[in-house]
Design a protein around this ligand. Structure first.
Ligand code: TYD
Length: 204
């Protein structure tokens, strides 16, 4: 049986990375399946190289779209699809919705163009479940500050950029069926979020 494709989304600092391993482990326990954890941009040697470029080299936003989409193509073709077809579940930190939100919302690129490119690059692969970790841009920035890590090109953006990213995340949710998209309020405690995730994962 084909595995399920689970994606985590949210603005930088909204808490995705706190929950990724918890989600993978809960799926293993709840469904007795093998789980592959991966991320975008990245997940293959080529795509990890592209990640380094996109996060650190100056470029215009259309180039960002083309590079993250090329990385995604490689990742889907060589890692995600083969895993799903072998019956593994895949938990991916970011996918197409990140491009819509960051390059579309933050950068102002046409969502129609992003959707068209994404559709052909992924051959129409879409997640069975998207967990959107939602937080106001100011709260997320505060949390990022607390991590004390070096900033990349995106983390260096201002609050207005992250509010536009967040808007696209929240608005596109209405375009998806309620069944595939779950918005999680990241201002809740970690244990409360984990309880919600456990309940949801059991239904997958
Ligand atoms: P992220 O996955 O949050 O990693 P970390 O927690 O290590 O910083 O960072 C990846 C960055 O890439 C994030 O700022 C969003 C950006 N990004 C895009 O702009 N477009 C995309 O399509 C993807 C996948 C990521």
């Amino acid at each position: 049986m084909r595995g399920k494709f689970i994606v985590l989304e949210g603005i930088d600092g909204a808490g995705k990375s706190t929950h990724v391993e918890f989600i993978a482990q809960s799926i293993r326990e709840s469904h007795g399946v093998q789980v592959l954890v991966t991320r975008e941009p990245g997940g293959t040697p080529l795509a990890e190289k592209i990640r380094g470029l996109v996060l650190h080299e100056p470029m215009d936003v259309e180039t960002e779209v083309l590079l993250v989409t090329a990385a995604r193509r490689d990742h889907v073709a060589r890692v995600i699809r083969p895993a799903l077809e072998a019956g593994q579940w895949v938990v991916c930190d970011r996918f197409v919705d990140s491009t819509r939100a960051y390059q579309g919302g933050g950068g102002g690129v046409s969502l129609g163009w992003i959707d068209e490119l994404s559709e052909s690059a992924t051959s129409g692969l879409s997640p069975d479940r998207v967990y959107l970790f939602d937080a106001p841009a100011a709260l997320a920035a505060q949390r990022r500050g607390g991590r004390g890590q070096a900033e990349d090109r995106f983390e260096a953006q201002d609050l207005a950029y992250f509010e536009r990213v967040r808007d696209v995340y929240l608005n596109q949710q209405r375009l998806f069926s309620e069944a595939s998209f779950l918005v999680i309020d990241s201002s809740m405690s970690v244990s409360r979020i984990q309880n919600l995730l456990l309940i949801d994962i059991a239904t997958l």
